[in-house]
Write a protein that binds this ligand. Structure first.
Ligand code: HEM
Length: 124
């Protein structure tokens, strides 16, 4: 069957390998963004990418291998703004588009991440 509505979001993102590639590209864009890069100055990016890939896989209906902090604890006290959040979502969308993910699927990923805004942001 080629009916894409039958595939889960996780499958349409290319499963674990597809998500890992998107996450790699996404953090390349984030670290290249001078507004966002300072947040990750003390971060071991190899671990961060792994955690993000596992988190996204679970959020997309794939296997739940994420063992990290919940989103509120992970971002508490970092002073992340609404504008920072929007920039990260923008880089995620760009990384997905670059990987050939279709617009509708990108919209679904963004829609799944948007509700996390109040847990991630702690500054206007
Ligand atoms: C929907 C949006 C976001 C998601 C799904 C997300 C996801 C995650 C995950 C899974 C972790 C790892 C937690 C752990 O290691 O236990 C993390 C940590 C972190 N996130 Fe986010 N995040 C988001 C938005 C943001 C934004 C907007 C910023 C700031 C620009 C940010 C900055 C950080 C930082 C600095 C860490 C800690 C890295 C470290 O351990 O050094 N995140 N995030």
């Amino acid at each position: 069957m080629t009916d894409t509505t039958e595939a889960t979001l996780y499958q349409r993102l290319g499963e674990g390998d597809g998500i890992a590639a998107v996450v790699d590209n996404m953090y390349r864009l984030i670290l290249g963004d001078e507004t966002l890069a300072p947040y990750f100055a003390g971060t071991r990016m190899v671990d961060q990418k792994r955690h993000m890939a596992l988190f996204l896989a679970a959020a997309a209906g794939g296997p739940d291998g994420y063992k990290g902090l919940d989103m509120k604890a992970a971002h508490a006290g970092r002073g992340i703004t609404d504008a920072d959040f929007d920039r990260v979502i923008g880089h995620a969308a760009a990384a997905l588009a670059d990987a050939g993910v279709d617009e509708e699927t990108i919209g679904q990923v963004a829609g799944a991440l948007m509700p996390l805004r109040p847990e991630v942001t702690t500054a206007g």
